[in-house]
Design a protein around this ligand. Structure first.
Ligand code: SIN
Length: 286
């Protein structure tokens, strides 16, 4: 029987009482989907998942995205994107600094990801507590909280989302590997509504983020920068944010339409962090 504990934030809930390594019956699965849409971010604690089980549970929700950063995928598992600071045999086992700015996964493609499922294999520790938290912000709550005049202003507006802009963003975490021509060619810039409608709940969600959104279509650079700066500051307001403190065995699933997230880089080797993510295909925003 599922036991649900809400966070104090407007999003985020823990769903205990289920072992995802086994078969999840249809009725329980329907409950999970409903809870997921309701809470936008859900955590299944204490899971012991093989990569196959992680992939199998993810596939229940739909098709998994094969990440174009194949250099960061778990060997033999193109469905699993590794986020880790671990280096083995002189080679990083995954993406070291994925998502250190507010973003939503795959917002830079025509049909952005529906959801992501991140599984914690190793969590850095200090003084008995975890490091490397992930922050999630509710884009339904952020949209709702906008003044009516701003909501009206956003109607019909589109924004450009750019993968290379996010990838090459100036960061303190050291040099980055160059994107290959193939990686660049499969991620051309795309335009999406600034406020999109959730395909399942019908709620309005703000859909611009500091990681990948570069400009508002049809506005001067100055006007666009001013509006984006206002929206980026708005979406990160603490009252919209849930902070997840990781434990080994957590499987956290988030909605990429109704939330944005940001990883906190407050750890370094020998503190090891090893997370594995599957990402689900989504639909074109409207
Ligand atoms: C991500 O953006 O998918 C990674 C988040 C994290 O590592 O906390």
């Amino acid at each position: 029987m599922l036991s649900v504990r809400r966070s104090r934030a407007p999003l985020g809930a823990e769903i205990a009482g289920i072992d995802l390594s086994g078969e999840v019956d249809a009725r329980t699965f329907r409950d999970i989907v409903e809870l997921f849409h309701q809470h936008e971010v859900v955590c299944f604690p204490d899971q012991k998942l093989t990569p196959e089980q992680h992939v199998a549970f993810s596939t229940r929700f739909g098709e998994i995205w094969m990440h174009h950063r194949t250099d960061c995928c778990r060997p033999g598992y193109p469905e699993i994107f590794v986020v880790s600071n671990i280096v083995e045999n002189g080679r990083p086992i995954g993406s070291r600094d994925a998502g250190v700015f507010w973003h939503s996964d795959f917002c830079y493609v025509k049909e952005p990801a529906r959801a992501s499922l991140l599984y914690a294999r190793e969590v850095p520790q200090k003084d008995g507590g975890p490091l490397g938290d992930t922050l999630f912000a509710s884009m339904t709550t952020a949209y709702e909280a906008l003044p009516d005049a701003t909501k009206r202003r956003l109607e019909g507006l589109k924004a450009v989302n750019s993968y290379s802009r996010g990838y090459y963003r100036d960061r303190k975490s050291g040099p980055r590997r160059e994107l290959t021509e193939e990686q660049k060619s499969i991620t051309p810039d795309v335009e999406h509504p600034v406020a999109r409608t959730h395909p399942y709940t019908g709620k309005k969600c703000l859909f611009v983020n500091e990681g990948y959104t570069t400009r508002i279509v049809g506005m001067s650079e100055t006007e666009s920068e001013a509006l984006l700066a206002e929206l980026f500051a708005h979406v990160a307001r603490p009252e919209f944010v849930y902070r997840h403190r990781w434990r080994v065995g957590d499987l956290v699933m988030w909605d990429n339409c109704s939330t944005q997230h940001r990883a906190v880089m407050d750890y370094a080797l020998p503190q090891r962090r090893h997370m594995e993510r599957t990402t689900l295909h989504g639909t074109a925003p409207f």
